[in-house]
Design a protein. Structure first.
Length: 159
């Protein structure tokens, strides 16, 4: 559930960046150079999503990875847990590269930043805001989602 919510939020943010800045879809990471200077809120929201997918505490992605790895270790799957940790470290490097491109790389030419009169719809803005706040504020009341996911898993896998 966590990964789906975080991916959905990242997808909406990248769509919004493409729409606002370039007027088209984003195909390459290099197209996101310097987008934090153009729209700091969307850049920060995408950074939060990527940090969550990397498993940085106290974001929701950390708790998801913790629960999966704890479950694997508890059931004796030590090798699988080690592979999961190594895969998480490798994926974090890729997520951090995207954050570096968005926040710290500069545009090649000063005039390459296309700014039109496009604006996000309020629905798109609200979806991004709600999903980002869920990722950030999950730590305040994690039991609601965790208990509901436990009940769902129990209902699916018990007779």
């Amino acid at each position: 559930m966590q990964y789906s919510i975080t991916n959905l939020d990242a997808f909406f943010v990248v769509l919004a960046l493409g729409y606002l800045i370039q007027g088209s879809d984003v195909s390459f990471i290099s197209q996101l150079k310097g987008q934090f200077q153009a729209n700091p809120i969307l850049g920060l929201s995408l950074a939060i999503c990527l940090f969550s997918m990397a498993g940085i505490p106290p974001l929701v992605g950390f708790f998801a990875k913790y629960r999966v790895l704890y479950s694997a270790i508890e059931n004796g799957y030590y090798f699988l847990a080690i592979v999961g940790i190594l895969a998480s470290v490798v994926s974090a490097a890729y997520y951090l590269r995207v954050i570096r491109v968005i926040h710290f790389d500069r545009q090649n030419t000063p005039g390459s930043l296309k700014r039109g009169t496009q604006r996000l719809t309020s629905v798109h803005s609200y979806v991004i805001a709600v999903l980002t706040l869920f990722i950030l504020l999950f730590i305040l009341s994690p039991s609601l989602l965790l208990n509901s996911s436990n009940l769902l898993a129990l209902s699916l896998f018990t007779a």
